[in-house]
Design a protein around this ligand. Structure first.
Ligand code: HEM
Length: 199
């Protein structure tokens, strides 16, 4: 299912999520280093990273919600997307709580603040996996008919259009995405696919 919130041909959600994932995970690591070293530079950095992670997480949630609303009802993708979305709202809330609890003493965060961050990080592993399931397994945010030889997203052409070599090896010219699903495909292992049907 094609993303409904795109920039330069690619889903905005997948661009933005790197910020909360990177910032919040690193903040938790810095908290742990602070607990070991008691060097306030780590806890102070974690404080600012959590703030930036919460703001960028909220920003990433907007295009994610746009894409989720476009998923047809009654599908596994709709259910997984809902658990993913609600789970990430809880992740953001836990880190927001962690930020509020340490706001008056960023260099020396109370234990509850560190625990809230650790809980948020643990939950984000599950929600990120659900996000990957949405894309890699359920095809949400992937252009319909995407194939290995699709033309650039910047051409405005549909992914099913013939790309670099003019046709996907073994595929009839001008094929439509749907036919790909009926093509007998053993687990993809690079070279063996190219051997199939090449004239
Ligand atoms: C902190 C907030 C969030 C983070 C860190 C996050 C993270 C992710 C990750 C890691 C993926 C898989 C991306 C990939 O494999 O390329 C993903 C996909 C997705 N997420 Fe989120 N997510 C967040 C919030 C939300 C919310 C609130 C929703 C709304 C329901 C949502 C809906 C989706 C959808 C529909 C996809 C499929 C791909 C797409 O449409 O771009 N996400 N997310």
């Amino acid at each position: 299912m094609e993303s409904r919130a795109k920039l330069a041909g690619h889903p905005v959600h997948q661009m933005l999520i790197v910020f909360p994932l990177g910032l919040l995970a690193t903040a938790v690591v810095f908290d742990v280093i602070y607990l070991v070293t008691k060097n306030p530079a780590w806890s102070t950095s974690a404080f600012y990273m959590i703030g930036a992670g919460v703001v960028t997480g909220l920003a990433a949630a907007v295009p994610g919600t746009v894409d989720w609303l476009a998923i047809p009802r009654g599908t596994r993708a709709k259910r997984i997307g809902l658990i993913h979305g609600v789970g990430n709202v809880v992740v953001i809330a836990l880190f927001a709580l962690s930020w509020v609890l340490r706001r008056d003493q960023p260099a020396n965060p109370p234990t509850e603040a560190v625990v809230a961050g650790l809980l948020g990080a643990g939950l984000s592993i599950v929600t990120a996996w659900l996000g990957g399931e949405l894309v890699d397994r359920l095809g949400v945010g992937v252009d319909d008919g995407a194939h290995l030889d699709a033309p650039s997203s910047l051409t405005g052409l549909p992914a099913v259009a013939a790309g670099g070599s003019g046709a996907y090896p073994g595929m009839p010219r001008g094929y439509a995405g749907a036919e790909r699903r009926h093509f007998p495909q053993p687990a993809y292992a690079g070279d063996d696919r190219r051997g199939r049907g090449s004239a």
